[in-house]
Design a protein around this ligand. Structure first.
Ligand SMILES: [Zn+2]
Ligand SMILES: [Zn+2]
Ligand SMILES: [Zn+2]
Length: 287
């Protein structure tokens, strides 16, 4: 969805402000120092419905929405505000793209999985790394998760930040690890095609925890929540305390990033499989 990406252009962040902010207490687990409010600071937006009414010390809601005082920092401001129509379309577009890609991957694996696995394993570490680099510009050589917060945002321009957004969506994947241990990709392909997006939601959402609260990914705002389980997966719902705290629904800002991460992963895996499948002589069937 190009319009969506275009809407996600971040503002530049004065280094002073960010440094001051990082020293603040916002990240404390008990929520101390957090001013009231999960709403969007730039005032009422077109979407009807209110942001969570939960106390701002809530350990769950603070992972789904950015409190108002976080948004004082440009880095943590929402990159865009979507009305319900845009929100529904963005979720649908991401989940459908992910599903289509994973279905195609599953189809190829069913027909030629063993041959693909053999080809992948036969390659040298550097050949595997080269294939991964061809498949995706967004993966880092080292896992993002291991880089932690040693990044230096004041040295980062907006273009870099935007590019990094993509790699922070999949912080547990890296070119080095995937190419050194060939089983990692094969296991990823197996588990992602044998289980649904719903099954993986909690995992994928958890991996965005740091990026969400440190402003490493661009986040869109809508006050509602998204259903993250079973057959209503992706439906937009009003925030409601019991369902939100039980994890049946997740605040749109965090949920959307997670859907986007699932879409990214699906595209990356499909591209890798296509390269393995198509770059050499026809594979034929396994059977
Ligand atoms: Zn709450
Ligand atoms: Zn399985
Ligand atoms: Zn993981």
């Amino acid at each position: 969805m190009d319009a969506k990406r275009d809407g996600l252009v971040p503002r530049s962040v004065p280094a002073e402000l960010l440094r001051g902010f990082l020293k603040s207490q916002y990240a404390r687990d008990d929520g101390a120092g957090v001013l009231p409010g999960f709403e969007h600071i730039e005032g009422p937006t077109s979407p009807a419905g209110a942001a969570p009414t939960c106390p701002k010390t809530c350990k769950i809601c603070i992972q789904h929405y950015r409190p108002t005082d976080w948004q004082q920092c440009d880095w943590l401001r929402y990159a865009s505000v979507w009305d319900d129509d845009q929100a529904v379309k963005a979720i649908l577009s991401a989940s459908e793209k992910a599903k289509v890609c994973f279905d195609q991957v599953a189809g190829v694996l069913k027909r030629s999985g063993n041959s693909i696995a053999r080809r992948w394993k036969k390659k040298s570490v550097s050949a595997r790394a080269a294939l991964l680099r061809e498949a995706t510009l967004e993966l880092e050589d080292q896992p993002r998760a291991a880089q932690g917060l040693i990044y230096q945002p004041e040295q980062e321009d907006v273009a870099t930040w935007k590019r990094n957004h993509e790699s922070w969506l999949l912080p547990y994947l890296d070119i080095d690890g995937l190419s050194r241990n060939p089983s990692r990709l094969l296991l990823l392909l197996h588990y992602r095609t044998h289980h649904t997006l719903q099954d993986w939601f909690a995992h994928d959402c958890l991996h965005l925890k740091c990026a969400f609260s440190e402003g490493l990914v661009m986040i869109a705002y809508n006050p509602h929540c998204v259903v993250v389980h079973e057959n209503r997966y992706g439906d937009l719902r009003e925030w409601e305390s019991v369902a939100a705290h039980r994890g049946d629904i997740v605040g749109f800002p965090r949920a959307m990033a997670t859907f986007e991460a699932q879409e990214r992963l699906a595209v990356v895996l499909k591209t890798v499989v296509d390269l393995l499948h198509g770059n050499e002589a026809p594979l034929g069937n396994d059977h």
